[in-house]
Ligand binder design. Structure first.
Ligand code: HEM
Length: 407
């Protein structure tokens, strides 16, 4: 593929089939070239990068920007000047900034999110997992339960609510807002409601600090620098969304992969020491984030003979990169013993996932707990039972995962 610019270029349309099975399409795209101009289901046109080497290089390439000005410029190039008020309290968090703003925000948040604070959570995460395992154990023998709703979702949500200091009772609202904000049809009302809620919460914590992360974020900083009110609200939003929409799918996609590969499941049961490596393999094989978040080119960028002009969107396919045969031998084979390190399920470069240690801990405890507690765990239904994937190009996750915990 050659050429500069998008004028007259016909994008390759990504539809429902792609949302349901991105891996099949990535295989074809990887064979075809290092970059492909596509039309996403949301209507956005972007340059998709499906191979590992280019994906990893571009994740760390400063010519790709995430800051508001760069993203707005690319939108204007595609859709024309904006109409109405574009300012929004949930924007401008670290995943939507470039250095030096990103460096400053990440540093301040890191002060509250220390490795020690995360590790100190381990006993509590174990306890939370045990509580949900007990609930599954209370199901009738042979009864089918939805592992997403009953286990994979509530564990990370309970953890993030406790960590941030959010009332667990409000979780139905968080779930509705985060799901609405990440679906193919973006929802402005959900954004406004969530912003109002988080602003109230930040104000309440400021007035009455507690021993939680939101209070620590309010305190984080020094005499010279602190997070502003806007930054606190958007950071709380980012952490809440990340806490709701990612680890759930490490547990859900991971358990589906294991249950579909009984030999791998048996190997893991036989040797629990394989668990940390298996979590990496599950992240590689079918990770929770399909496409990395939106980036745009600050200048023209050449990839494998294709010139992407300045001001265009680039989507980096983490799920495509993680199954690139040039990087991982027999990539479509689940192998809990393979050295899966180097996958890009947590991203790469300056935006590498801030909470990867927490996500890994939750994933290992949740998957390990299930294997330990339910030796007869199996998928409900038969081989023809069709599972549905979430209506999102960012998130790769099941809507439901019916399983039978015990016979
Ligand atoms: C298995 C679970 C998770 C996966 C696969 C995951 C994946 C990712 C990825 C791919 C990125 C970079 C996106 C990009 O560059 O476009 C990212 C960034 C981030 N993640 Fe995670 N994440 C997970 C869990 C979490 C959790 C539990 C939290 C915190 C509660 C979290 C907080 C963040 C934050 C704050 C960033 C932005 C970092 C920055 O911009 O510097 N993530 N994550």
């Amino acid at each position: 593929m050659t050429g500069a610019g998008t004028v007259g270029r016909v994008p390759f349309e990504l539809g429902e089939e792609y949302v349901q099975d991105p891996h099949a399409l990535y295989e074809a795209l990887r064979a075809d070239g290092a970059v492909r101009y596509v039309l996403l289901p949301s209507g956005l046109r972007a340059w998709l990068v499906p191979r590992y080497a280019e994906a990893r290089a571009l994740l760390a390439d400063p010519r790709l920007r995430k800051g508001r000005d760069a993203i707005v410029a690319a939108f204007v190039r595609q859709y024309g000047p904006p109409t109405g008020d574009e300012d929004f309290p949930l924007t401008g968090h670290m995943l939507e900034t470039d250095p030096p703003d990103h460096t400053r925000l990440r540093k301040l948040v890191n002060r509250a999110f220390t490795a020690r604070r995360i590790e100190a959570l381990r006993p509590r995460v174990r306890e939370i997992v045990a509580g949900y395992l007990d609930e599954l154990a209370a199901s009738a023998p042979g009864e089918s339960v939805d592992l997403i709703a009953r286990y994979a979702f509530p564990i990370p949500v309970t953890v993030i609510c406790e960590l941030l200091g959010l009332p667990f009772a409000d979780r139905a609202d968080f779930r509705r807002w985060t799901a609405a904000l990440l679906s193919v049809e973006d929802d402005a009302d959900a954004g406004r409601e969530m912003a109002g809620y988080l602003t109230g919460l930040v104000d309440a914590k400021r007035a009455e600090p507690a021993d939680d992360m939101l209070s620590a974020l309010i305190r984080a900083g020094d005499d010279e620098d602190r997070l502003s009110q806007h930054e606190l609200v958007s950071t709380a939003f980012l952490l809440l969304v990340a806490g709701h929409e990612t680890t759930v799918n490490l547990i859900g996609n991971g358990m589906l992969a294991l249950l579909r590969h009984p030999d791998q499941l048996a190997a893991l049961r036989a040797d629990p020491g394989l668990l940390p490596g298996a979590v990496e393999e599950l992240l590689r094989y079918d990770g929770p984030i399909n496409l990395a978040t939106l980036r745009s080119t600050a200048e023209s960028v050449e990839i494998d003979g294709v010139t992407i002009p300045a001001g265009e969107f680039v989507m980096i396919a983490l799920s495509g990169a993680n199954r690139d045969p040039a990087r991982f031998a027999e990539p479509d084979r689940l192998d809990v013993r393979r050295p899966a390190g180097g996958h890009v399920a947590f991203g790469h470069g300056i935006h590498y996932c801030l909470c990867a240690p927490l996500a890994r801990m939750e994933g290992a405890l949740a998957v390990g707990g299930l294997l330990d507690r339910f030796p007869e765990l199996r998928l409900a239904g038969d081989a023809s039972t069709r599972l549905r994937w979430r209506d999102s190009t960012l998130i790769r996750g099941l809507t439901e995962l019916p399983v039978v915990p015990h016979a």
